[in-house]
Write a protein that binds this ligand. Structure first.
Ligand code: MG
Length: 382
């Protein structure tokens, strides 16, 4: 931690500093972290699939060509009544929809499908199936290669609501892909506070661009919103055509509200809580450094905690440490001063930042004293 060396420009000086603290604009009411904040949590590491479309390490594989174990009959929960043909899962006419054993809410879903090579039927009767997110919102599966039908029922459509932006269909019998990002509607009591949304790439082409669901899927009637469980199984439709599926995987994703510290739904209380938590973590880290005898690093880390919360006790203690520090280094000269140039200019950076952003304006006299010292050493650029 904090071992990377960054060159930091502060006003007229260029200093190297042991870590990227006190660098970008500080946290504020609407931002839990500074710009370029090294205290910001790192996203979890996910190993992507070997090739695009293959499941990443955190995906739940729902069908890999070998087993129907993740699926059951939607009618009665009995074992999946569809069949496996050459590594693909095929609809068995009349057996009804199937659903996953597990339930999901917001998700990223990858699914591959193909309609029969031999064309039978027309319009809605040709290669019809469907991907029902949460068993409720249908992304239509249909052979839409030179097969006219109502646009809000073609491949890539949100059934009964919205046609795809373009028709990106491949020929019958060719494998096609859907890559889906789905968010369910959010309710507070009986009030719909945010509609659900869906983004879909059909064979890599954008066909649904964050479509906001009007309601739950239906037929002939205008769709209406309807409150449902927060997690529900994914379903695939039996519409009487032997449509095949393969390589199905899903990743559960957080709601767009996140933890309310970033994005359009940010809340000041959540941001303040997060800042307090980060301040506590940084202070604890500072204590460990001080205990280990790392006096200067510990002091700097303690000062760093102030950008999250201007804790009065920490401010007082930090100010006393800075006063003693400046007093000490001001006595240095020649090689002794030169040997500590990196460290001293680093502290100078910190004091400059804390004063400039009004985080600890009381440090002003110490900043001036240290700057004068650095000036005397010839460390500051003209
Ligand atoms: Mg359908």
């Amino acid at each position: 931690m904090h071992k990377r060396v960054w060159m930091i420009a502060t006003g007229s000086i260029l200093v190297s500093c042991a870590y990227a603290a006190l660098y970008g604009d500080p946290p504020d009411e609407l931002h839990a972290w500074a710009v370029h904040d090294m205290n910001r949590p790192r996203p979890p590491v996910v190993i992507p699939g070997a090739t695009p479309g293959q499941p990443p390490s955190d995906a739940i594989v729902l069908f890999d060509g070998t087993s129907l174990d993740e699926w059951v009959s939607d009618k009665d929960g009995s074992p999946c009544p569809w069949r496996i043909v050459d590594g693909a899962m095929e609809v068995v006419k009349g057996k009804g929809m199937i659903r996953t054993k597990r339930a999901f809410g917001d998700c990223q879903l990858h699914i591959e499908w193909r309609t029969p090579t031999v064309i039978e039927g027309s319009g809605q009767g040709r290669g019809n199936s469907g991907v029902f997110l949460m068993g409720t919102y249908e992304l239509q599966v249909l052979d839409s290669w030179e097969n006219d039908t109502y646009p809000d029922g073609m491949a890539g459509s949100i059934y009964a609501e919205n046609p795809p932006l373009v028709n990106a269909s491949r020929k019958p019998g060719e494998w096609q892909t859907y890559d889906i990002v789905f968010h369910q509607p959010r309710w507070e009591g009986d009030r719909l506070v945010r509609p659900g949304s869906i983004t879909v790439f059909h064979n890599g082409v954008l066909v649904q661009d964050h479509w906001l669901f009007e309601g739950v899927s239906t037929h002939r009637r205008r769709t209406q919103p309807k409150r449902h469980e927060e997690k529900l199984p994914l379903k695939l439709q039996d519409h009487g055509n032997p449509v095949q599926f393969r390589n199905i995987w899903i990743r559960e994703i957080p709601p767009p509200e996140g933890d309310y510290t970033t994005g359009p739904y940010r809340k000041k209380e959540a941001i303040a809580a997060r800042r307090a938590e980060t301040a506590r973590m940084v202070r604890e880290d500072a204590e460990k450094m001080l205990k280990a005898g790392q006096k200067v690093d510990g002091m700097r880390r303690l000062l760093e905690s102030l950008i999250y919360v201007a804790d009065p006790a920490t401010l007082e203690r930090g100010t006393a440490m800075v006063a003693a520090y400046v007093q000490e280094v001001s006595q240095l000269s020649g090689a002794a001063a030169e040997a500590r140039k990196g460290e001293i200019t680093g502290v100078l950076n910190d004091l400059d930042y804390l004063v400039r952003f009004q985080i600890a304006p009381g440090l002003q006299p110490h900043l001036e004293a240290l700057r004068a010292f650095a000036q005397k050493q010839g460390w500051l650029k003209k």
